[in-house]
Design a protein around this ligand. Structure first.
Ligand code: 8IG
Length: 279
């Protein structure tokens, strides 16, 4: 029996663990090559079902390098979904339902592992979704927003050593244009990743706004950096589940965030499935 490499050991190459995870996925799903990978955040869970047929689903804990989810409402599985693209070809999506957030304190390797596994599994495109707070007061709960760029306020990076990665057009303008072909009304905004897990103070939201931010969240930016390093083309879509702190004066609650995600879920999932078929 081979022992899975330990992602937390600094001597371990994280890309070797991703290769190991991809081999496990290929063996367990019977799908040797995935075309696209999806990370489904709060509110986006239904997109995979609308996209196509689940070929196989396995608990993330059975795949090297993945850990159990920390948050209720986040599912910890990896799924292979077969779907028909708009051009008539059959394709396979790898659905990563096991995002590790930076605030869990498990280290940036865990945060980046899903993305690296997607690349090792053959994906050339990565769709990153999330639930987030909206700074623009006109974006109410339930508004989907294309991510045009990000500001990383975590103070962390998934890259190790002197790895100078270019982040120009990180959130592919080609894929954003494609999404707007499906829904011309889609807004775009700059996503600001905070460490969390607390939500921002109103002063921090005001800071994010003055910096040029439109959305505040606790994921995505670090994953996008890892994805660029891995050579993936990225589509980022946020669901505004709440006004960011201080925008309306209302308090934020995790229950309301989940409720807004559930209410908007079917609509945004259908939108996303349509976009993915055209990639
Ligand atoms: I859902 O208002 C969700 N995630 N940082 N701020 C941050 N993360 C979030 C928020 C929010 N809403």
């Amino acid at each position: 029996m081979t022992v899975a490499p330990d992602l937390d050991d600094p001597a371990t190459d994280p890309f070797a663990v991703a290769e190991s995870a991809a081999r496990t996925l290929a063996a367990r799903t019977g799908v040797a090559h995935h075309d696209v990978a999806l990370v489904l955040g709060s509110g986006w869970g239904g997109a995979a079902d609308l996209l196509g047929e689940t070929v196989a689903e396995l608990p993330a804990t059975e795949v090297p390098g993945f850990s159990a989810p920390a948050v209720v409402g986040h599912t910890g599985t990896l799924r292979s979904v077969r779907y028909q693209a708009a051009d008539g070809t059959t394709r396979h999506a790898l659905v990563l339902g096991a995002r590790t957030h930076f605030y869990e304190g498990l280290g940036v390797r865990r945060v980046a592992h899903g993305v690296r596994t997607a690349a090792a599994a053959g994906a050339s495109t990565l769709v990153l979704t999330n639930g987030c707070g909206g700074i623009d007061p006109s974006w109410g709960p339930g508004t989907p927003v294309l991510i045009s760029d990000h500001i990383n306020l975590t103070g962390a990076s998934p890259l190790e050593g002197a790895t100078f990665v270019d982040l120009t057009d990180l959130y592919s303008s080609r894929l954003r244009a494609l999404a707007r072909e499906v829904d011309a009304e889609l807004a775009e905004g700059v996503y600001v990743q905070f460490r969390g897990p607390q939500y921002e103070t109103p002063a921090e939201v005001e800071m994010a706004r003055r910096m040029g931010g439109h959305l505040v969240g606790m994921s995505t930016a670090l994953e996008a950096v890892a994805a660029r390093q891995a050579g993936l083309e990225i589509l980022g879509v946020s669901l505004v589940t709440n006004h960011a702190a201080g925008v309306t004066g209302e308090r934020l609650s995790h229950a309301e965030v989940l409720a807004a995600g559930a209410a908007a879920g079917p609509r945004i999932s259908a939108l996303l499935a349509q976009v993915i078929r055209r990639i």
